[in-house]
Structures are given as structure tokens and as C-alpha cells.
Design a protein around this ligand. Structure first.
Ligand code: 5AD
Length: 348
């Protein structure tokens, strides 16, 4: 295993067989995490970038089998923040040191391109030293262009799985992997810093699917990669499915850091949900981004993509302080910075 880890660290690549060995290994992960951490320190030092997450609508026209805010979950209370509420969240985030705001939402038909563009423009005018990241799903290229022209800097759109057959198991027939990929390539061409990613341990996922995800990411070369464990939600068709594990998620984080030294890699909320120290372990396995929640407390509980999501009742300032402690405890340092990608690969 040591040899494979060294090779992955040197070449940022392995053949499928060796990747499978690494993913399925029974050996402890210490050497893998140490290698990932060395690469992360060479590239980004001990810096951890913060993204203030504003979940501004939980209305969604899609019906993904895994997701708690899917259209058919009629038990969910639906909400949509006003531009004023979103701006207030940005203001309090700015005072706490955030220099990136992530506007995330379901695919809400009421949020027109005009709404998004005006919002982005207002935020960028009011906070010119901040980056705005959008995470609002699949759109025509012309919409992506309009958001970019309005000043948006980055876009997160997880591909969820790069296997055609597996994509079918996770999504209803009206959604397609082809369109998902089209969106990601359009976003890149338009000029966004782009984030893709996948869930670990989603129903039907095997090592083969995980390798397909890694191969797709090698083609796309995204700036950000968001991964977290799948966690069942009680009002979805996947309610009885098993959650992804901490062990495999951490292992995939480390492999991603070795394959993509430059990438921005968050220790996600889902990782913090399956283990109380999940995010700290994520940082030690190569992650370098945290995304504290800036969504107003009044609506936060309704953005429940999965069960038992953490930080549902925390004041944003408390969330920020808590993360500061966690990051420092793990041996890293939060920096007050936009935290753009650093693409030139540095070696130790
Ligand atoms: N468990 C874990 N992650 C989920 N997401 C959606 N539903 C779940 C779930 N049940 C993730 C998806 C999506 C991101 C916003 O949240 O990967 O892209």
C-alpha cells in the first residue's frame, strides 16, 4: 500500500486496479492521510478557507430519490428568502470575516435569471472584495452566462455519480447525466471556477462507480470537489438505505487530494453529521475548506437534505466560533480571504 500511496503522490494518477486496491484496502489509513496532508500543506500551507453558506430556497422542481427537499416530499415546509434577508445574511457574514458567499438552493422556478442576476450584482456591489458562488442546479448555458456577467465567480454543481447506470438509480427519468455534464462543461467555458462532486456510499455505489467519478473529475479538472457521505432522509424513497461511512469518505478525500493537489476540498456538513469529529478528520485527510451556515435560523431546519443535519439551531456567529475552534484543534488556521484556487502545483 505504501508504494501505491507514494506513486499516487508522485504521478497524481494510478491505474484502475491500483485505485481499487487503495479504495478497498484493509490497512489503516495513517500513511494515506499523512501523504494527503503533506500535499495539502505544500500547496496551501495550513490555511483553511471559509464559505458562508446561504440556503436561500428549499423549493425544488426535481425529484432526486436521495434528497429531502425533492418535489414529492409534501411534508416539507417550503421557504424562499427575500433579497433583503439574503443581504442581511451576507452583512453579518462579512462582519464575521467571510469573503465568499455561497448562494445555494433547490431548482426553484420562481428564482428567475433576473432575480439571481440582480441579487448577485447587489452583493458584488456591496461587497466588492468578496466572491459569490452559486449552487442552483442545471440551467441553460445562456443563464450561466448571465449569472457570470452579473458578477458571479464560482458555481457548485455536484455530478453526483459519473456512471450512467448508477445515475439512473439515483434520479428520475427526466434527469440525465449527459445534461449534468453539459452544464459542468458550459460553466467552465463561461469562465466560472467550477465545483463538481459526488456522494460517498449512495445506494448502488461500488468501487467501480467511485473510480468512474475519479476518471470523470480528471477529465473535467474542476477547481472545487465537494464530497460527503450519503445519509438517508425519512421522507424519500431511500429512507431505508444505509448511510455512507466515515472511513470511506475520509479515504476518498485523501485520494482526491493526492490526485488533485490544487483542488479546493471542503470538509462538508454531511461529514460532520455522521461523526462529531468528521470535519476535523476531513481536514487531516486533505480537506482545506469549511462551509459554515449563514442561513437565518428561522428557516434553517427546512433545508434538510438528509436526516440529523448538524448546526440546525446555531446562531451564525456561534457556528463561526465553533468552526474556528475545530480548525485550530486539528492543527490548521482559518484565513479571512476569498480563497481562490491555486492551480500551479507546488512540491515539498
Ligand atoms: N445525503 C447526503 N448528501 C445529500 N445531498 C442531497 N441529498 C443528500 C443526502 N441524502 C447532497 C447532493 C447535492 C448536495 C447539495 O447535497 O450531493 O449535490
Amino acid at each position: 500500500m505504501k508504494r501505491l500511496i507514494e506513486q499516487l503522490k508522485e504521478d497524481h494518477d494510478l491505474c484502475d486496479g491500483a485505485l481499487a486496491d487503495l479504495i478497498e484496502s484493509n490497512e489503516p489509513d495513517d500513511a494515506l492521510f499523512a501523504a494527503a496532508d503533506a500535499v495539502r500543506r505544500a500547496q496551501y500551507g495550513t490555511d483553511v478557507y471559509l464559505r458562508g453558506l446561504i440556503e436561500f430556497t428549499n423549493v425544488c422542481k426535481n425529484n432526486c430519490y436521495y434528497c429531502g427537499i425533492r418535489r414529492d416530499n409534501t411534508k416539507e415546509m417550503r421557504y424562499r428568502l427575500t433579497p433583503e434577508e439574503i443581504l442581511e445574511s451576507c452583512e453579518s457574514g462579512y462582519r464575521m470575516g467571510f469573503r465568499t458567499f455561497v448562494l445555494q438552493g433547490g431548482e426553484d422556478p420562481h428564482c428567475t435569471d433576473d432575480f439571481i442576476c440582480t441579487l448577485v450584482n447587489t452583493i458584488k456591489t456591496q461587497f466588492p472584495d468578496c466572491a459569490v458562488t452559486l449552487s442552483i442546479g442545471e440551467k441553460p448555458r445562456s443563464s450561466y452566462q448571465a449569472y457570470f456577467d452579473a458578477g458571479a465567480d464560482r458555481y457548485l454543481l455536484r455530478h453526483e455519480t459519473a456512471s450512467e447506470a448508477h445515475y439512473r438509480k439515483l434520479h428520475p427519468p427526466e434527469l440525465s447525466l449527459t445534461n449534468r455534464k453539459r452544464c459542468l462543461y458550459d460553466l467552465k467555458e463561461v469562465g466560472f471556477q467550477v465545483g463538481a462532486g459526488f456522494m460517498v456510499g449512495s445506494p448502488g455505489q461500488t468501487t467501480r462507480e467511485l473510480i468512474a467519478d475519479l476518471r470523470f473529475l480528471q477529465q473535467l479538472q474542476p477547481d472545487m470537489i465537494g464530497i460527503g457521505p450519503f445519509i438517508p432522509h425519512h421522507n424519500t424513497p431511500f429512507l431505508h438505505e444505509k448511510a455512507g461511512t466515515l472511513k470511506l469518505t475520509l479515504r476518498m478525500l485523501a485520494i482526491l487530494r493526492l490526485m488533485f493537489p490544487y483542488v479546493l476540498l471542503p470538509a462538508t456538513t454531511a461529514l460532520g453529521t455522521i461523526s462529531p469529529i468528521g470535519r476535523e478528520l476531513g481536514l487531516k485527510a486533505g480537506a482545506n475548506v469549511m462551509m459554515p451556515n449563514l442561513t437565518p435560523r428561522r428557516v434553517r431546519q427546512y433545508y434538510d437534505l438528509y436526516d440529523n443535519k448538524i448546526c440546525m439551531d446555531e446562531e451564525a456567529a456561534k457556528c463561526r466560533a465553533c468552526q474556528e475552534g475545530r480548525v485550530r484543534g486539528a492543527g490548521y488556521r482559518i484565513v479571512c480571504d476569498r480563497g481562490d484556487v491555486c492551480r500551479s502545483i507546488k512540491s515539498e
